[in-house]
Design a protein around this ligand. Structure first.
Ligand SMILES: Nc1ncnc2c1ncn2[C@@H]1O[C@H](COP(=O)(O)OP(=O)(O)OP(=O)(O)O)[C@@H](O)[C@H]1O
Ligand SMILES: [Mg+2]
Length: 256
């Protein structure tokens, strides 16, 4: 099953035939197999799947952190398999450096790439209010709430200037109120900054609220099962969202 966009849109990022195995406890285990995926410019795709089905491994392959056994990854038709630094990537356990303040943490990708620090500082000053961080520019991570830390990590990922951003459960550690506030905020900045996002989440409600499309991943080995085109469903009221959530839960029971 291919995880492909619904229409004939302008494809930004594409994965073809990805396979990934790990050697663990004296044997090889295939974590992902025959994984095809595409995302269009400006699309927001969420990936949902059971724990251990290979979601983080898939993002790591896209980000070039690990290399596939076979298959290729293309960014605007250029082969980027195994290359890091081309996509913005916020790992599942993204940590801010405790000895750096907000601005210093956000500047890391610019420094790593030997970028223009003065231009980046100007951009950060413009973006701090957009990310709700204007009063926390010189705070250190231990002085920030969980939600604020995630905003700093997101702004840091955004500063990679990447064509697409990969987010691995960015809101998972937050309490439900902060989480729903950040979901609303994330939706706004995605529209404002016209971002292309791949989000891994366990939260079906979050995926429904944020996504143009949801891809269900099943495990052993991990591959995409069903695709749900949210963008074609129009504005949903609470009852419609609840019905869709129930449908998705049923798909998991049938295909998970
Ligand atoms: N470096 C590694 N070496 C050996 N096995 C690994 C490695 N990385 C991941 N795995 C295994 O691959 C499988 C998929 O892991 P992955 O982290 O991609 O799952 P996931 O879908 O992100 O799970 P979760 O929802 O819990 O984050 C798991 O069984 C995991 O133990
Ligand atoms: Mg994971």
């Amino acid at each position: 099953m291919n995880a492909l966009p619904p229409n004939n849109c302008n494809i930004l990022l594409e994965a073809k035939g990805l396979k990934k195995s790990f050697f663990f406890r004296n044997s090889m285990s295939t974590v992902l197999e025959a994984v095809d995926f595409s995302i269009c410019h400006g699309e927001f795709v969420s990936i949902i799947g059971a724990s251990g089905c290979g979601k983080s491994t898939f993002l790591e392959l896209l980000a070039g952190i690990t290399k596939p056994d076979s298959g290729r990854i293309y960014l605007e038709k250029a082969d980027i398999t195994g290359q890091t630094g081309l996509l913005g990537y916020m790992p599942q356990d993204d940590l801010l450096f405790p000895w750096l303040n907000t601005i210093q943490n956000i500047l890391i990708p610019v420094k790593v790439k030997n970028g223009d620090i003065i231009a980046a500082r100007k951009k950060i000053d413009e973006l701090l209010p957009v990310f709700g961080l204007q009063n926390h520019a010189t705070h250190y991570p231990h002085q920030l709430s969980g939600g604020l830390k995630q905003r700093v990590a997101l702004l840091r990922t955004y500063m990679c200037n990447a064509r697409a951003i990969l987010l691995d459960e960015p809101l998972a550690s937050l309490d439900s109120l902060t989480r729903s506030q950040l979901q609303d905020w994330l939706k706004e900045i995605v529209e404002l900054l016209k971002l292309t996002i791949i989000l891994v989440t366990h939260d079906i409600d979050e995926a429904i609220v944020l996504s143009d499309r949801i891809e269900l991943m099943r495990g052993h080995p991990g591959r995409f099962g069903k695709s749900i085109d949210i963008s074609s469903m129009g504005k949903m009221d609470i009852a419609a969202k609840h019905a869709l959530k129930t449908d998705i839960q049923a798909m998991f029971r049938d295909n998970g």
